[in-house]
Design a protein around this ligand. Structure first.
Ligand SMILES: NC(=O)c1ccc[n+]([C@@H]2O[C@H](COP(=O)([O-])OP(=O)(O)OC[C@H]3O[C@@H](n4cnc5c(N)ncnc54)[C@H](OP(=O)(O)O)[C@@H]3O)[C@@H](O)[C@H]2O)c1
Length: 312
C-alpha cells in the first residue's frame, strides 16, 4: 500500500512545521495549506518556500472561502490540522468546524487529525474555568467529526517539552534557571513531557495505521513520565548544583491567577490540572485506545535529560 497523501493545515505554526517535516521524512506526498491571509509575513512565506524546496506542494486556501477548503481537501487522503489553540472562545472551534464541513463535503478523506495535541479533552469534563474552554471546544469539534462519520485519530501529546521542561514546569518561564525554582505544591505530581519533533513524528506515523483508526493515541514515552521535582533533579545534576527551592500552594496559585489576563488564566488553569492534580498521568489508558511509544518503538524518543542538555 502506498503512503497516503497528506494536507497539513496550520503548517507554518510551532507544531505545524514539525508535522510537515515529519510528513516529508516519512515520504508522504505532502500538501500545505497556504492561506492568503498570511500576506507579507516574511517568516511564514519563507517557511512555506522551504517546504516547497523539500518537495511539499503549497495549496491556496482560506477559512473564509469554503470552496477553497473543499478543493484543498479533495487533493489528499489525510488531513492534519495544527491551528493554534487561541483561547478566544469560538475562534479555534469555528475554524475547525469549517474544516470539518469541508471534509464532510469533499467526502474522500480517510483520516482526519484535528488540532488537539495536548491533554485529552474527554477526561476534562470537570476542568476549571476559564481554562476549560480549550477542552470544551475540542470536544465540540470531536462531536462534529463523529456526527459526520469522518474517520479520525485524536493525538493526546501531553506537555510540549519546550514549554514545560524549558521552564522546569513553572508557568511563564521557558528557560531553566541555574539559581532557583518555584515548586508547584510539593512538586510531586507526575506529568509527561514530549519533544515537539517526536510529537509530530508519532502523529504522522499514526495517519496510515489501522491500529489508530477512530482512537485516541496517547504519547507517553515511559522515561519522560516525571514529577517537577524529578525534572529539577535532572537539571541540577546537569549543572552540578542544587537550586534554591520555594513552593506555592494550590490555594495561593489559584488566588494569584485572578490578577492575570483571561488568556493567561486559561494557561494557568491548565498548569493547575497538570501540576497540582497530575491529570496527565493519573489514569490508565483504556482498552480502546493506544500508546504511541508502544506502537512505534522504532522512534528513539528524546528523553527529558537529552532535552534539558540543550539549555546548558
Ligand atoms: N500540549 C502542549 O503543551 C501544547 C502547547 C502548545 C500548543 N498545543 C496545541 O497544539 C496545537 C497547535 O498549537 P501551536 O502552538 O503549534 O499553534 P501556533 O503556532 O500558535 O499556530 C499554528 C497555526 O494556526 C494557524 N492560525 C493561527 N491563527 C489563525 C487564524 N486566525 N486563522 C486561521 N489560522 C490561524 C496558523 O496557520 P498558518 O500556518 O496557515 O498561518 C498558525 O501557523 C493546538 O491545538 C494547541 O492547543 C499544545
Amino acid at each position: 500500500m502506498g503512503k497516503s497523501k497528506v494536507l497539513i493545515v496550520g503548517g507554518t505554526g510551532y507544531l505545524g512545521k514539525r508535522l510537515v517535516d515529519a510528513s516529508l521524512k516519512l515520504g508522504h506526498e505532502t500538501h500545505v495549506l497556504h492561506r492568503p491571509e498570511i500576506g507579507v509575513d516574511i517568516e511564514k512565506v519563507q517557511t512555506l518556500l522551504s517546504f516547497k524546496g523539500r518537495g511539499a506542494r503549497l495549496v491556496p486556501g482560506s477559512f473564509s472561502d469554503h470552496r477553497s477548503l473543499v478543493d484543498a481537501v479533495k487533493l489528499v487522503d489525510v488531513v492534519v490540522c495544527a491551528i493554534s489553540g487561541v483561547h478566544i472562545r469560538s475562534h479555534h472551534i469555528l475554524l475547525q468546524l469549517k474544516l470539518v464541513d469541508a471534509i464532510k463535503e469533499a467526502g474522500n478523506v480517510e483520516r482526519f487529525l484535528p488540532s488537539e495535541f495536548g491533554t485529552d479533552p474527554a477526561r476534562m469534563e470537570n476542568a476549571m474555568e476559564p481554562g476549560r474552554v480549550a477542552f470544551d471546544d475540542k470536544m465540540v469539534v470531536r462531536r462534529a467529526i463523529e456526527d459526520a462519520g469522518i474517520p479520525h485519530t485524536y493525538v493526546s501529546a501531553n506537555c510540549f517539552a519546550g514549554y514545560f521542561l524549558g521552564g522546569l514546569c513553572q508557568p511563564g518561564k521557558i528557560l531553566p534557571s541555574t539559581d532557583s525554582v518555584l515548586l508547584l505544591g510539593d512538586g510531586d505530581k507526575k506529568a509527561i513531557y514530549v519533544d515537539e519533533d517526536d510529537i509530530a513524528m508519532y502523529a504522522m506515523k499514526s495517519v496510515d495505521d489501522p491500529r489508530t483508526l477512530n482512537k485516541t493515541v496517547y504519547i507517553r514515552p515511559p522515561k519522560n513520565i516525571l514529577s517537577q521535582l524529578e525534572v529539577v533533579g535532572i537539571w541540577e545534576k546537569l549543572i552540578g548544583k542544587d537550586l534554591q527551592k520555594s513552593s506555592i500552594s494550590a490555594q495561593d496559585f489559584l488566588a494569584s491567577m485572578k490578577e492575570q489576563s483571561y488568556a493567561e488564566q486559561v494557561g494557568l488553569t491548565h498548569y493547575y490540572h497538570v501540576c497540582f492534580e497530575g491529570c496527565l498521568a493519573n489514569f490508565e489508558i483504556g482498552e480502546d485506545d493506544v500508546e504511541a511509544s508502544e506502537l512505534y518503538p522504532d522512534i528513539d524518543y528524546v528523553t527529558v535529560e537529552e532535552y534539558l542538555r540543550r539549555y546548558l
